[in-house]
Design a protein around this ligand. Sequence first.
Ligand SMILES: [Zn+2]
Length: 415
Amino acid sequence: MAEKDEPMVVDGGNGRTCEWEGRWNHIKKFLERSGPFTHPDFEPSTEALSGFRNIHVVDMDTIDVSNLNRQFLFRPKDVGRPKADVAADFINNRIPGCCVVPYPFERNTLQFHIIVSGLDSVVARRWMNGMLLSLLVYEDGVLNPSSIIPLIDGGTEGFKGNARVILPGMTACIDCTLELYPPQINFPMCTIASMPRLPEHCIEYVRILLWPKETPFGGVALDGDDPEHIQWVYQRSLERATEFGITGVTYRLTQGVVKRIIPAVASTNAVIAAACATEVFKIASSAYIPLNNYMVFNDVDGLYTYTFEAERKEKCSACSQVPLDLHFSPCSKLQEVLDHLTECASLQMKSPAITACPDEIRQLYKLLSVALIEQRTRQNLSKTLKELGLTDRQELAIADVTTPQTMLFRLCFTS
Ligand SMILES: [Zn+2]
């Protein structure tokens, strides 16, 4: 992620500091000769550029001891320090001439040429996606290509991973393929309560039903980071598992279920990181055609990988540039609209705030952190759209944590 106001330094051993004979030989093989996968417009040359040096790393997290098994840049002495600082120090010391700038705090994305993200949630991905879409410049409805900042997104979940290349405004964005991210799996309550078959069912039984009933530790909320709490849940889960002849309840699994942890696997992370770095190289050097545009990787059982082209969704709420229609009867309650926004697979909002616009800016419902407004507008939820004075073709502005931009919707009354 090189700063835009400085040239994207992708030079190939031109006598600057810390060069040595043959340093760039491996990269020259790609840049100084043609091959079956080179970009049709690419002209191999000894002048070709290679090796990006200016990297900015943004991470607001600090190093936890549990990170050390898979995050190779950190050592026991680094526990408690900002991840961005330690990672930057490590790379700068190891790679002569490389300049990694750490940001252990939020950082505007505006200044970067290419963004690589390895985020831990869909909401964070949607936010980044929305941010890059908000930077696009349209002139008379035509996208100005110089306003595009490519996003290379990598993600892993245990032994599965994916890498994708997103050209905001041109190729499928995160929200175009939102249906690919399944909602969190919750076991049916009847299974948990009366027909457990899996060790997870037993742990969920204790977490959801037994803990509030038996109020251990003076009735405090269950804390996944408190070993005594986990021990209590583990013992009770074991008892329930024994009762139903289920095996496999362990302390570790108990903690995993309670904290909803999916174990991170170092090798999967390494493969996905390498795929992302390769895509950055391709885009920065223009020597090869970038991944088009979604690669999945799975080494649960053997090794399996393939790529496909995720398609743009014509009515994507994030990148389609047209206000989406919301079809409701005038007799529908505002609560139903809210439920639709959170439950619809292609929207999956978290805590939407709805405002009627544009003639009269009127807050219909807002949850978020503003408790006062939530209280004042809560009564609107049980009112019908008609009672709220909303009309057919009315525009609704909806804000949510899944995007930095307010989204426009158009209310369409059904009869
Ligand atoms: Zn989209």
